[in-house]
Design a protein around this ligand. Structure first.
Ligand SMILES: [Zn+2]
Length: 51
């Protein structure tokens, strides 16, 4: 019953979708991942994302 030979290399840690986001405070464009997206530049949560 046990199939030995194929190591499970493909591990899904988290299924995340990245979106294109833009910070409305500093205008920085980045890839947003997750529900709560923060600007990596100024840490602002005032970002706009397109899906
Ligand atoms: Zn920003």
């Amino acid at each position: 019953m046990c199939s030995v030979g194929g190591p499970m290399v493909d591990i899904d840690l988290k299924k995340v979708t990245s979106r294109k986001c833009k910070c409305l405070d500093c205008g920085n464009e980045f890839k947003g991942v997750g529900k709560k997206v923060r600007c990596p530049s100024c840490q602002s949560e005032n970002v706009e994302c397109s899906e």
